[in-house]
Design a protein around this ligand. Sequence first.
Ligand code: NAP
Length: 322
Amino acid sequence: MKQLNWAILGPGGIASEFATAVRQADGRIYAVGSRNLDRARAFAEKHQIEKAFGNYDEMLKDPRIDVVYLSTPHSNHYEYLLKCLENNKHVLCEKAITVSSDQLNPVIQLAKEKNLIVAEAMTIYHMPLYRKLKDIIDSGKIGRVKMIHVSFGSLKPYDVNSRFFNMNLAGGALLDIGTYALSFTRYFLASQPDEILTTVKPFETGVDEQSGIILKNPDNEMAVITLTMRAKLPKRGIVTGDKGYITVDNFPRADRAAITYPDGSVETIKAGETTKAMVYEFNDMNAMIQGERSDMALPLSAGVMAIMTDVRKQWGIRYPFE
Ligand SMILES: NC(=O)c1ccc[n+]([C@@H]2O[C@H](COP(=O)([O-])OP(=O)(O)OC[C@H]3O[C@@H](n4cnc5c(N)ncnc54)[C@H](OP(=O)(O)O)[C@@H]3O)[C@@H](O)[C@H]2O)c1
């Protein structure tokens, strides 16, 4: 496989984790771009990166860059996804890939026209465990899928200025953590939901603090999702069929799951390693760019974004920049 030149755009917390994963995978980060040259230089030094740019647009003009890891807050993913593609770069974009389908659809269209890969850094689509669970479900082991139940609650400190509660940065539970819960759900649903019920309790800044979402698809599979940003809930996904159910705890980066059968017996399933979550994303992206793996993840991201767009429309929550 050819060694690709990666660039990081937005050197924050998750970008640092990604840079460590790239080193672990023997990959090459050639450049880093920040809005501030000193921050870019400090990041470059820490992660042994050849070039540091103090301006995102300037970095994107560098023809040596093949692929960009976009790790700014999701409020500006749309703008930079388009800029990356216009500059002929593939993009691995942090979640949530955009804030709505109105933003994601033109990105998908442009990537297609330019024959470039765009993928969401959604760990669920890249962890080996999920492929194994899908095979298990396809084999009929838990019977016909009937219901999916996902909970995710994160106790964020009370801070009206943090990105989690900031309307200008597209804060709120749905786009920050709901995107994981819905990606888990969509991964296992046989088809896109066509019935969506939901209710929300907004935070005082106007973002969604906690919500419940109920989905049903044309295959009569249902899902119930509970989210909150001001209380802990287990990060737990359950897929139940008429012959047993699968429980995945800490589901975003899970490497194990349990199948419980009607007689109460439990089977443990293991695949991959939680600590390599970002290595899997990096490897999948390289393989997709080199045509060694088909791009199955973007249609799932588009399906999740369609659900989130519908849900937010029902709530009447619009960000100031929309
Ligand atoms: N996959 C995961 O497990 C995971 C975990 C955490 C977060 N995320 C996602 O990754 C993205 C970044 O999250 P993070 O926790 O790394 O955030 P962060 O630490 O705040 O870093 C974001 C970076 O984006 C840049 N940026 C550009 N415009 C900005 C703006 N208006 N406000 C703040 N920063 C801005 C900043 O870099 P410069 O100022 O230096 O240019 C900053 O360092 C989010 O979309 C988040 O949802 C994913």
